[in-house]
Write a protein of this length. Structure first.
Length: 377
């Protein structure tokens, strides 16, 4: 490495015109994608110099460079085993929150996309001191009203909608923000966005994650889970063609199974729908083979429980790793724990999964003399 990055930083900060030359901006955007280069930009108050220029010029290309810096600080937290102790850029964004929130009121949508992207990459460790909560920032900057306006169908492009959804998801780590959303029309607008943009896979994935976080918090769970039909749409995503969407849908439905319980501990209507759909999804090949399922004929729910149990695996039955549907699907890189998991809960969920996993091998069938891989009862 050479002194090229400090030289380019100086050229960027001191560029004579209000908007950076496209060639210089393109070079800086590409170079700032590399962690070592971005660390150089954070040294010697480089971020402060860039933010000061952005506040004065409102240049979208400069904002894109700063957004790459925010991606580095976010990634460094995700890669740390203990961000509370190991995050070395703690509070580096705090002095610039006021400027970012001021820029969020701009009418330039190119600039707004980058500003929302920067804010979406910030965490509680960046919002220091503790008085800089998301709820307070949303209230002081009237971001909730802006989101409500921008989420109106036809108001903005998909890239803007994507950043808004990601920013909302980021803010849902706080109880007060969840309360604010539950008392507004934002949740209903997010569901309306789902129905209109379900064909956009990237936006769909972020919407599932957003509702996952809404389900996690008791303050927003009832409005999100029962005030919309989104759970049924998430269930439908269990068979989506995109693997990431299926994985996120599986994680979210697992959370719904934990939350949608009656007073006696039995599954609620949403949980029953999820279990039924998983049964049909995981065992479709077997059901088709036994004529219990076809694309036009669903599994007969009126069949007695005893007869259906003939096809279930018991909790002690052996099943190979290849036959376990979904593998280790409970964790995604950018998600924390649901806050509802514990060792006993893990074992109970495994037993529940055993209720709808069929004793049928979809891999290579190993036939032994006088014995088959599936014991027909």
């Amino acid at each position: 490495y050479t002194d090229g990055m400090p030289v380019l930083l100086g050229m960027t900060v001191n560029f004579p015109q209000s908007n950076l030359a496209k060639e210089l901006a393109a070079l800086m955007v590409n170079l700032s994608l590399h962690p070592r280069n971005t660390e150089t930009l954070l040294q010697n108050k480089g971020l402060s110099h860039l933010m000061d220029r952005l506040a004065n010029t409102r240049d979208p290309l400069l904002a894109k460079i700063i957004r790459n810096i925010s991606q580095l600080t976010f990634a460094s937290q995700q890669e740390s085993e203990n961000p509370e102790l190991q995050y070395k850029y703690r509070g580096v964004w705090s002095p610039h929150l006021k400027a970012l929130l001021s820029l969020s009121q701009s009418d330039d949508q190119d600039l707004l996309v980058e500003v929302f992207g920067i804010l979406a990459n910030l965490t509680s460790l960046d919002l220091l001191p503790s008085s800089h909560s998301w709820a307070k920032l949303f209230k002081d900057s009237k971001l909730m009203s802006l989101f409500s306006k921008l989420l109106v169908p036809g108001m903005c492009q998909n890239d803007m909608l994507l950043e808004i959804v990601m920013l909302i998801s980021t803010s849902l780590t706080e109880d007060k923000t969840c309360e604010m959303l539950a008392s507004s029309n934002i949740i209903q607008q997010l569901y309306q966005l789902w129905k209109e943009k379900a064909d956009d896979v990237e936006l769909l994935l972020q919407l599932i994650f957003c509702f996952y976080r809404l389900f996690q918090n008791a303050a927003s769970r009832e409005e999100a889970m029962y005030g919309t039909q989104v759970v049924m749409d998430i269930i439908a995503c269990l068979s989506h063609k995109n693997a990431a969407v299926r994985k996120m849908a599986d994680i979210t439905t697992e959370l719904v199974l934990e939350c949608d319980r009656q007073d006696n501990g039995e599954l609620g209507p949403l949980g029953i729908s999820i279990r039924k759909n998983r049964f049909e999804s995981y065992n479709r090949n077997y059901l088709e083979a036994t004529m219990l399922y076809s694309p036009d004929t669903l599994y007969d729910e009126r069949e007695s429980e005893r007869e259906r149990n003939d096809h279930y695996l018991g909790p002690d039955d052996d099943i190979s790793d290849d036959d376990k549907m979904g593998g280790d699907w409970r964790h995604l890189q950018r998600q924390g724990s649901s806050g509802l998991s514990d060792p006993e809960g893990e074992r109970e969920r495994e037993r529940e999964r055993g209720e709808y996993a069929l004793g049928y091998s979809y891999g290579e069938e190993e036939e032994e003399e006088g014995e088959s891989s599936y014991d027909h009862k």
